[in-house]
Design a protein around this ligand. Sequence first.
Ligand code: 4NP
Length: 151
Amino acid sequence: MTKILMVCLGNICRSPLAHGILESLLPDTEYYVDSAGTANYHIGESPDHRSIEVAKLNNIDISGQSARQFKISDFDTFDIIYAMDTSNYDDITKLARNSSDKSKIKLILDANEGHSNQNVPDPYYGDFSNFETVFNLLNTSCQIIAGQLKQ
Ligand code: 4NP
């Protein structure tokens, strides 16, 4: 079983979408996908209603997800940890205990050609069009990631 964790700040906007999209592209017999936030602001909450809506428009149901905070033991549980932006990347990197932990952390948009080293923009204070932009960026990344994993 390959285990993949998606991480953003609040675990209510971006990482729940990345979680739902990648999960929809991989067989659950071989892959486990989860998400978490670096912050504790929204623990136990459902995804933002705009993330739920943009996922639903694309036939993905993320409404059952519940926000949780990233924890050190996630480095033991997961094989790959995708950060949504460089701030999340730096925050998780600071928690890494050794080079093995560090080697698991990647920036998700590095999967997209032309988007290397870029951030999935935080849509929290934006409008629905910002959530559509996030969905499209993550959908491209997840399609590429799923293709690479299945090779
Ligand atoms: P996320 O978006 O990191 O994509 O889940 C945010 C959600 C909540 C907050 C910031 C970003 N907040 O400040 O509460």
